[in-house]
Design a protein around this ligand. Structure first.
Ligand code: SF4
Ligand code: SF4
Length: 336
């Protein structure tokens, strides 16, 4: 005798990520002819379960695609495969950025191993080390930092964070019920995440042994520019700890982080270097080229100012490790 079906069962982790994608503005459709593919029209196509390996997880695959969207920015929703070329190694750097971001976001919730990718890039992911953003000279790290900052903005926020937290809740409970089997279930890869930092910033798991007293972002008066509050020197380092930075490795404030280097009245640069000065209707500024101040030079990756002794007042007053320095470094992906 047949019975009427009134409900259906679905995997809760999959439900969380299908809903997260939907709230972010994307549909997910299972398909037979692609592993994972974004069509640029609002749909992510992901292979049906019959085409996946035992350790493939729909949640991870959606999460990975969302990380791609974070690296490429909101305009990428309208581009096929987020605008990436998947047929060559041309965009490997952007794939690496996606994996660094995926590792950072997942680690905050104890999901770095559970939500690890299963593609050819798995070995890269596994070799990332405790801090996937440690090498700030690596362009894929800079892209990942910019993606991480986007995760706190629309349309990803708050859905991505909620999906990660819900996944951690589900995994933690399911891991305790998982029966022994020849292939341990993925839920067993859940790890307790680091506790929150007292400032509310993400905890500094990768900076064991460091404290706020040695962080460049803590000003002499005890204010942390990252936390925007006074912090005790003895607090353990948060995720955003940076010991120091060398302006010659950075150059952010002289290049695309800001759009203009204005010249104050009486600045000698206007007399000593007139060919570098552009006079606007109500102000004068140093000319720009390819998005940076023309006086900035880059020799073998080291930035320097060709008019350093005559630099304008605004450059003289610009404070290394100050609030505007933080803004500049964030804009180019050098600081969290
Ligand atoms: S940014 Fe630096 S000073 Fe601020 S809380 Fe983190 S480690 Fe401490
Ligand atoms: S942004 Fe800060 S660290 Fe970078 S060059 Fe400017 S002052 Fe130096």
């Amino acid at each position: 005798m047949s019975r009427e079906l009134r409900h259906c069962y679905r995997d809760p982790l999959s439900e969380v990520w299908l809903a997260a994608a939907y709230r972010i503005g994307l549909r997910v459709q299972r398909c037979e002819d692609a592993f994972a593919h974004s069509d640029g029209k609002g749909t992510i196509h992901i292979a049906s379960s019959a085409h996946l390996d035992a350790d493939d997880c729909l949640a991870q695959m959606i999460f990975h695609e969302l990380c791609h969207s974070l690296i490429e920015g909101p305009d990428s929703f309208a581009r096929e495969d987020w605008g990436l070329d998947n047929s060559s190694h041309h965009d490997d750097e952007r794939e690496h950025a996606t994996l660094r971001l995926q590792a950072c976001l997942a680690a905050r919730y104890g999901l770095r191993e559970l939500l690890a990718p299963t593609t050819d890039f798995r070995s890269f992911f596994d070799a990332l080390g405790r801090d996937p953003l440690a090498d700030r000279s690596d362009h894929s790290v800079q892209l990942a930092i910019m993606g991480l900052r986007r995760s706190d903005t629309n349309p990803w926020w708050p859905h991505l964070g909620k999906a990660l937290q819900s996944s951690a809740d589900i995994a933690q409970i399911a891991a305790g019920w998982a029966a022994p089997s020849s292939l341990p279930v993925l839920y067993r890869l859940y790890r307790s995440p680091p506790g929150a930092h007292p400032t509310g910033l993400p905890a500094g798991r990768a900076h064991d042994g460091e404290d706020c007293s040695r962080c460049a972002w803590r000003a002499a008066d005890g204010t942390c520019f990252q936390a925007q509050q006074p912090v005790d020197a003895a607090l353990p380092a948060c995720e955003r700890f940076e010991a120091a930075f060398d302006c010659q490795d950075c150059g952010a404030c002289c290049r695309e982080a800001y759009h203009s280097v204005t010249i104050a009245e009486g600045d000698p640069v206007a007399i000593r270097h007139p060919s570098l000065v552009v006079h606007r209707e109500s102000y004068s500024e140093i000319a720009r080229e390819d998005g940076h101040c023309v006086a900035l030079q880059n020799q073998a990756g080291r930035y320097s100012c060709t008019i350093y002794e005559d630099r304008p007042t605004c450059c003289r007053e610009f404070e290394n490790a100050g609030e505007h320095c933080l803004t500049a470094r964030r804009r180019v992906g050098l600081s969290l």
